[in-house]
Each structure stands twice: as structure tokens, then as C-alpha cells.
Design a protein. Structure first.
Length: 169
């Protein structure tokens, strides 16, 4: 392996002045997870115009969680809008000592039906968008069931939020 070159005595390729170690980026206050990205089209006289709809779940894993939707012509703009929307619609949960819920709850949003039961010592037993919402909320030791045939992740996430509504403070 060649050490250094004619233009760089230190052996680095960039050629610019050597900087120190990168400053550590501060950790964001909320973790976020994108659960759905859709490309939607509207038909205009000249053809189709495409835009993006993004669904994001944001939470601090300590009892705060929110679901947000953002729509824009670019995915990064849609993600920013969805994160802002999730923070705006955030709820704070009151959990038990084991980070579980006090009692069983069911909810329905559109065609999505969910059941959440406390299950001591089982961890988080959930699937689909329910798992994302509950893990970002910091809920453990629960068993969940998605009773509907709906596969719409936004409706499942919103049904989970409705089910968690009795535990908000």
C-alpha cells in the first residue's frame, strides 16, 4: 500500500486542510420510523402529476408517541411535514411499572380493529404498524391482535392510537 502521494504528505486524498474529529451530532428528542410511503397521482390536462404521501410514527420510548401524515412533491419534504404533524398530534401515556398498560383495550378506526392486552413477562408481541407505534411509545409486556382484514398501515397505526387513548394523561 502506498503511503502518501506527491500532493498529500499525510497520505489522505482530500487535499484540503486536516480538520479534527467531527463534532458529534446531538441526538434528536424523538425517534422516528416511516411506516408508509405512497406515490399518488392526480390527472391534469397535460398528463399525471405525481406527489408523495408519507406516514411517520415518532416517539421518545418513554410514553410519548404520535402518528403524522405529510404530503409533498418530494419525499424529503413529505417526511419533514409528517414529522411535524406527528409531533403536533403527540400523546403522553401513563404506563405501569413494567412499561405495560393497566388493562385490556380495543379500538376501531375505519376498518382496522385492534386489541391490546397486558401480558406480563412476554415483551412486545405485536406486528405491522402496531409494533412500531407501541415500541416508539415505550410499551412492553403487551400482546396485541389485529382483528380486521385491513392492511392499511395508516389506519392500523391510528386504531392503535385510539386504543391507547384511555391511558393518556
Amino acid at each position: 500500500m502506498r503511503q502518501g502521494g506527491p500532493s498529500s504528505p499525510s497520505g489522505r486524498r482530500g487535499g484540503g486542510p486536516r480538520r479534527g474529529p467531527r463534532p458529534e451530532r446531538e441526538k434528536p428528542e424523538f425517534d422516528q420510523k416511516t411506516i408508509a410511503v405512497r406515490r399518488v397521482a392526480r390527472v391534469v390536462a397535460g398528463g399525471r402529476r405525481f406527489s408523495f404521501a408519507v406516514v411517520i410514527v415518532a416517539g421518545n420510548r418513554k410514553g410519548k408517541v404520535g402518528v403524522g401524515v405529510g404530503k409533498a412533491g418530494d419525499t424529503s419534504l413529505a417526511i419533514d411535514k409528517a414529522l411535524r404533524n406527528a409531533k403536533k398530534h403527540m400523546v403522553t401515556l401513563t404506563l405501569t411499572k413494567e412499561n405495560s398498560i393497566p388493562h385490556e383495550t380495543t379500538a376501531k378506526y375505519c376498518s382496522a380493529r385492534v386489541i391490546i392486552r397486558p401480558a406480563r413477562g412476554r415483551g412486545l408481541v405485536a406486528g405491522s404498524a402496531m409494533r412500531t407505534v407501541l415500541s416508539l411509545a415505550g410499551v412492553t409486556n403487551v400482546s396485541t391482535k389485529l382483528v380486521s382484514r385491513s392492511k392499511n398501515k395508516l389506519n392500523i397505526a391510528r386504531a392503535t392510537m385510539v386504543a391507547l387513548q384511555p391511558f393518556t394523561s
